[in-house]
Ligand binder design. Structure first.
Ligand SMILES: [Zn+2]
Length: 271
């Protein structure tokens, strides 16, 4: 949007007292993103991530239209075989947009077996270039085959070897070794709706024990709907339930947890 001060003023007038931040959504995959964003009008910010050129362009479009939406542009590890010179050029162009705050979602995925390890590492390197060129936060996805931690170990060594200055582990899956490395190198850890699932006490233990100033919450909309919305398509407004669970396991009032996670997101993404 051309008129930044006006958009800011409108945001202030409409949503004077609320916060909450959804640090990871895929708005282009919602059936009615406009309606979902109306319902998320009281959120401080929503970061919508691209997974290929087309969805990265869509992410930037949402960020231009909605005052509390920011974008990430990149290639998801499962799309890494589609990383071409032409794709790189288009993503590079998008990455310079002032509403783009993240490079990704990137990372390593061996669960879906959709792209070779080499292709994934090439796409990851490219997104590190984007992050450095435009001072963006790297948003990491990581998923191994069941019973394996190969993707977590590969991502951990990549982070250690490359040391990206600003990054987040998105939809944290419970690998504490990876979390510790991320924290040691200044990274953030973001929890999604699966924090609320009955079986995931290991995630709640992690959310209770990790340092407060590195915690974020997200929806990963339309995926991973939190309790009590399971079975529905997830949307940014549902981040409230994940935040409630996080507050409960840390023994904090909701508003305090909200304030802390909003502040963390603002510090990391600079909105
Ligand atoms: Zn995602």
């Amino acid at each position: 949007m051309g008129n930044k001060p006006l958009a800011k003023l409108a945001a202030l007038l409409c949503y004077p007292t609320f916060g909450m931040t959804d640090t990871h959504a895929h708005l282009d995959r919602l059936e009615t993103p406009g309606a979902a964003l109306e319902r998320a009008g009281n959120l401080q910010a929503v970061l919508t991530l691209g997974t290929d050129v087309e969805s990265s362009a869509a992410a930037t479009g949402f960020a231009e239209t909605w005052p509390n939406v920011f974008a990430g542009v990149g290639i998801h590890p499962t799309e890494a075989e589609n990383y071409t010179a032409a794709a790189a050029e288009l993503l590079r162009e998008l990455a310079g947009h002032p509403r783009v705050r993240a490079s990704g979602e990137t990372g390593i995925d061996y669960y879906w077996d959709a792209a070779s390890r080499e292709a994934q590492l090439r796409a990851l390197e490219f997104q590190f270039d984007l992050a450095r060129e435009h001072d963006l936060v790297m948003v990491f996805h990581v998923r191994s085959q069941d019973g394996s931690d190969a993707a977590e170990r590969d991502l951990e060594s990549w982070i250690r070897n490359n040391h990206p200055p600003r990054f987040v582990l998105h939809a944290f899956g419970g690998d504490m070794k990876l979390a510790e490395t991320a924290l040691e190198l200044g990274g953030y850890v973001s929890f999604a709706g699966n924090l609320t699932y009955k079986k995931n006490s290991h995630l709640r233990n992690a959310a209770a024990s990790l340092p407060a100033d590195r915690l974020l919450v997200e929806t990963d909309s339309p995926y991973l709907p939190p309790v009590p919305m399971r079975g529905k398509k997830n949307e940014p407004a549902f981040v409230r339930y994940t935040l409630e669970t996080m507050a409960a396991v840390r023994g904090l009032e909701f508003q305090e947890m909200e304030r802390i996670s909003d502040e963390n997101a603002r510090r990391l993404f600079r909105w």
